[in-house]
Design a protein around this ligand. Structure first.
Ligand SMILES: Cc1cc2nc3c(=O)[nH]c(=O)nc-3n(C[C@H](O)[C@H](O)[C@H](O)COP(=O)(O)OP(=O)(O)OC[C@H]3O[C@@H](n4cnc5c(N)ncnc54)[C@H](O)[C@@H]3O)c2cc1C
Length: 446
């Protein structure tokens, strides 16, 4: 860490992913001293991209942003528009458009209608399973929504809080209108992507040339002298209910405030001098392994994303990103990313790239000549890919959404808020949190 300032202590930002860099750039533009401590060797966190020598691009899972976010960060000129994005579900050997194609099945349609009709006077849902059954009907919930939710989270849908289903909260009418606009304009209009600002036909998906990490690199350019890489913060010192300092690389530095983007169970362990964050130690994240399978040819999946709720396969979702973003694989080739939920240290987490590729391939025999076209696999792992909204700590999660309970400590970003935010929401919400920080600093609570 750099020499401590002898005047006003800086606001210390923990983490140089999109949230931390957005927060730091916002504060710096307003003349507030700021330092960013990043544990890793580079910026971008979950928004990192690696492009290999053959020209295949690997993100953590599939990553799309919007033209609105690109404009806000000033990278519009470096982004390519995404013309098409679609999702399908593979069930019992058949594929269905998502979400409306599933209604071709009379069983799903009837159970959906009867669920809607039975909603009057029903008791409030106690779990994600209740929400899905009342929203989609038992057939669609039990055969599609709940198996997907359980593979994704690693928890039983009956143990998950109803709030997990709010991620999917778009009205049918609005979704249809946006889909029609997508077709007419040949632009992948963003649907169900952003919660902070309205989704309209003017907001569509784009992809920055060279990878999504461009967003973070652009913000980092503004902050160059304020970012300390390979500087993991291991203590946030609270005195009399207020943040006083942080410790990183064995050195303490006074802090006017701390903005953490670290996963909240880790934040809970870092904070000393208060018990306010102790409940967060129980919060769990779902580790994920993304197996990126390279193939010759293209168009092996029926659409960009294919959900696979049928039991048996080690993955629950396949994404052929080059169907939306052809530049992510060299010409005449493609990349299919399989999402595998796991636990750190288990057989999936520790499998070699070759083993995982082989394991996925066994379940892709419905792709013509899959084995002959297969070129190999590159695996990307995240120990904290998805927050798991367990009912057992739902009240504490809602309390965290209001405040950390420590003066001068702000927890922002996807893992810092323990929420399923995509990058646009991370961006707008981090700005809002920094506006709040400035208000608190100018007029601290009595
Ligand atoms: C599978 C998957 C697919 C996704 N797809 C999309 C998509 O298509 N579109 C989209 O917009 N978003 C997508 N997202 C979400 C997007 O990646 C995240 O919302 C965003 O990148 C989160 O940024 P962040 O800064 O909050 O967190 P992170 O990127 O996790 O950054 C946190 C940083 O903090 C650092 N850190 C942690 N602890 C410490 C410490 N103690 N000291 C110092 N540094 C520390 C970490 O090293 C990391 O660099 C996806 C996410 C996943 C998991």
């Amino acid at each position: 860490m750099a020499e401590p300032s002898k005047t006003t202590p800086p606001v210390i930002v923990v983490g140089a992913g999109l949230a931390g860099l957005t927060a730091a750039a916002f504060l710096r533009r307003r003349g507030i001293p700021v330092r960013v401590c990043e544990a890793g060797k580079q910026v971008a966190g979950l928004a990192s991209t690696h492009v290999d020598a053959q020209g295949f691009s690997y993100d953590f899972g599939a990553h799309f942003i919007t033209n609105r976010l690109a404009a806000a960060i000033g990278v519009s000129a470096d982004c390519l528009p995404v013309a098409h994005y679609g999702e399908m579900v593979r069930l019992g050997g058949r594929t269905y458009g998502y979400p409306f194609g599933l209604m071709r099945s009379a069983r799903f349609l009837l159970s959906g209608i009867s669920a809607r009709a039975g909603q009057w006077g029903a008791t409030p849902p106690q779990s994600a399973a209740d929400v899905f059954r009342s929203r989609y009907g038992a057939a669609l919930a039990d055969e599609v929504a709940i198996p997907l939710l359980e593979s994704w989270s690693g928890a039983r849908a009956t143990d998950l809080a109803p709030s997990v289903a709010t991620v999917l909260n778009n009205s049918i009418g609005h979704t249809v209108l946006l889909k029609i606009n997508s077709r007419l304009r040949q632009r992948a209009v963003a649907i169900g992507y952003c919660h902070e600002l309205p989704e309209t036909r003017h907001v569509w998906h784009v992809y920055p040339v060279g990878g999504v990490s461009l967003l973070c690199r652009r913000l980092a350019n503004e902050l160059e002298s304020c970012i300390d890489l390979e500087t993991p913060v291991d203590r946030i010192i609270v005195e009399q209910g207020r943040v006083a300092a942080v410790r990183a690389n064995g050195r303490e530095q006074p802090a006017a405030a701390v903005v953490s983007t670290a996963p909240v169970h880790i934040l809970s362990r870092m904070v000393t001098g208060t018990d306010a964050l102790r409940p967060l130690a129980r919060f769990r994240y779902r580790p994920m392994v993304f197996a990126n399978l390279r193939f010759t040819g293209r168009g092996h999946l029926p659409d960009t994303m294919l959900w696979t709720p049928d039991g048996g396969a080690p993955f629950f979702r396949l994404t052929e990103t080059p169907l939306s973003m052809p530049w992510l694989a060299p010409k005449g080739h493609t990349l299919i990313t399989a999402d595998l939920g796991c636990e750190v240290g288990d057989a999936i987490w520790t499998a070699s790239d070759e083993e995982l590729g082989e394991r996925c391939l066994q379940y892709l025999d419905w792709i013509p000549n899959a084995r002959r076209r297969y070129l190999g696999c590159r695996v990307v792992r995240s120990p904290v890919a998805y927050p798991i909204f367990l009912n057992e700590y739902e009240q504490d999660r809602q309390a965290l959404a209001r405040s950390t309970g420590v003066e001068g400590l702000y927890s922002v970003g996807r893992n810092g808020e323990f929420a399923h935010w995509l990058m646009e929401d991370v961006y707008w919400r981090s700005l809002n949190a920094m506006r709040q920080l400035i208000r608190d600093q100018v007029a601290p609570a009595a």
